[in-house]
Design a protein around this ligand. Structure first.
Ligand SMILES: [Fe+2]
Length: 167
């Protein structure tokens, strides 16, 4: 995915590090599957933001949600590549939180009005940051760590954008 201006609009204004790993590590790959496709994950974020973008009647907020979804897709791509380089197939399932559960659409919070959706999206970003921080502590690979730290910068940017939109 190209880092075009449009896609970068809802991301932190920082370069992304090279997507690489020190060495293959199956357990680290499994940990990252949770960031890819558990309830708190990039797949959930992309699907939730797109759902909110296409159901919110306020066009400006809907546009913001779609823009953030594209930023989450960058994370989706980075995680998929990290997981593959760690030696795991990036399936849409999580193996750490709950053994071998495939991603499903009940992970999406659908919401009932614009404010409720924005509030839940902010909570989701906070939960994602907390999970990335836990995983940074668990993973002893400097390249994986720097990629997760960069992703956190985008999630913080999303919180700022959503907080502004919710005012
Ligand atoms: Fe993300």
């Amino acid at each position: 995915m190209g880092q075009s201006d449009n896609i970068m609009k809802c991301s932190a204004k920082l370069k992304y590090p090279e997507v690489r790993v020190e060495k293959s590590n199956y357990n680290y790959g499994l940990i990252l599957l949770d960031d890819l496709a558990s309830p708190i994950s990039e797949v959930t974020a992309v699907m939730q933001y797109l759902n909110h973008a296409y159901t919110i009647s306020d066009g400006k907020t809907g546009g913001l949600m779609e823009c953030i979804a594209k930023s989450e897709m960058i994370h989706f791509e980075i995680l998929s590549e990290l997981i593959r380089k760690l030696g795991v197939t990036p399936v849409y399932a999580n193996f750490c939180g709950s053994c071998g559960t495939y991603w499903n659409a009940s992970y999406v919070y659908y919401g009932y009005d614009t404010k409720d959706r924005i509030d839940n999206d902010i909570q989701g970003e906070k939960a994602a940051i907390a999970q990335y921080k836990r995983h940074i502590d668990m993973i002893d690979d400097k390249y994986v760590k720097e990629n997760l730290e960069r992703i956190i910068k985008d999630e913080e940017c999303h919180i700022a954008l959503l907080t502004e939109a919710g005012k």
